[in-house]
Ligand binder design. Structure first.
Ligand code: ADP
Ligand code: MG
Length: 321
């Protein structure tokens, strides 16, 4: 059995590239770029709450970092460094090898360095703190939405929730659709490049972790504005058209968590730039509604303008605690 220090050295220590000092000392050292603000965010994943018991460790390593990258994306920040606090029930080296493989593959792809953390025994818990850089004073905030802005969504909504519903035996999509939905759930892609490119274009942004309606709701509250969104315009996987389960579809699209797409607002004048940006990134960007003055409430309407009931998003202290 290896000691805690051997496990750290073997699985978490890498030669520092951009950090002044990485894993191995009492603290890491980083030097931030001039003319940048440091964006800092922490996200925690608990077994049985954020992922199903027995989750495949390589995908879990990917997701642990991806959910944190998504917060950088939502700020328009370039992710640079991360720390990982991990509680492990046992020193299962095959598990650690696969987990760190998933984590480091994504970290290298996104140019993020793991510079420290903490390792302890306990119920499987993963907490990453991520540090990113954003041009000074230019970060994308939840509070910047203005009446008249368009509301935009990247990618597709509801895929991860469909994957979860499938794994829980609540729905039975075609095999290819099920596979794609599970991939959305297990290995989300944070929209980092999009976030960075939205600086100077978007007025506000958030990532969809708790569900579209809930997360757009945060923008509305922080910006003290309302919004009307077209339900039919919301981009979603084609699997839903084949399923013909309209209630489940509505719950997944409006309230499904874990998609890690970006919801953002921008002036109508930005439409051509956003169309070009979507093409440049090979990422679908869809205009789904508009910001209005007035109470911070979201109206989701169908093609006839009738209100679509919008189920709430996930809140750890309201539901299923
Ligand atoms: P300390 O006793 O000072 O807290 P630790 O023994 O906890 O030191 O950690 C030793 C070094 O290993 C530190 O640089 C710490 O940041 C790093 N470290 C510990 N656990 C992890 C981890 N899971 N991922 C990355 N670095 C880690
Ligand atoms: Mg420690």
């Amino acid at each position: 059995m290896r000691s805690e220090f051997e496990l750290i050295a073997r699985y978490f220590e890498r030669r520092a590239k951009s950090a002044v000092l990485g894993v191995g000392d009492d603290a890491a050292l980083v030097r931030t770029s001039a003319d940048c603000d440091l964006a800092i965010s922490t996200d925690m994943l608990l077994e049985g709450r954020h992922f199903l018991p027995g989750a495949e460790p390589r995908a879990l390593g990917h997701k642990t970092l991806a959910v944190n990258l998504s917060d950088m994306a939502a700020m328009g920040a370039r992710p640079r460094w991360a720390t990982l606090a991990i509680a492990l029930p046992a020193d299962d080296e095959a598990w650690l090898a696969a987990f760190t493989q998933g984590l480091f593959a994504l970290a290298e792809r996104e140019g993020v360095e793991l510079i420290g953390g903490d390792t302890t025994r306990g119920p499987l818990t993963l907490a990453v703190t991520i540090f990113g850089e954003v041009p000074r004073g230019k970060a994308l905030l939840r509070s910047g939405a203005r009446p008249g802005d368009d509301v935009w969504v990247s990618g597709e909504l509801g895929g991860a929730a469909l994957g979860l519903a499938y794994l829980q035996g609540r729905v039975n999509p075609m095999p290819d659709d099920a596979r794609e939905a599970c991939k959305r759930l297990d290995e989300p892609e944070a929209r980092v490049a999009l976030g960075e490119r939205l600086i100077g274009i978007a007025h506000s942004a958030i990532d969809v972790s708790d569900g579209f309606a809930a997360d757009l709701g945060h923008i509305l509250e922080r910006s003290a504005v309302g919004a009307t969104v077209s339900y039919d315009a919301l981009p979603r996987p084609e699997a839903f058209a084949r399923l013909k389960r309209p209630d489940l579809e509505r719950r997944c699209v409006l309230a499904g968590g874990d998609d890690y797409e970006l919801v953002f607002t921008a002036a109508p004048e930005a439409r051509p730039r956003l169309a070009a940006l979507g093409v440049a990134l090979g990422l679908r960007l869809t205009r789904v509604g508009a910001i209005e003055s007035g109470a911070a409430s979201l109206r989701v309407v169908d093609a006839e303008g009738k209100l679509v009931e919008s189920p709430g998003g996930f809140d750890h202290f309201r539901r299923g605690a």
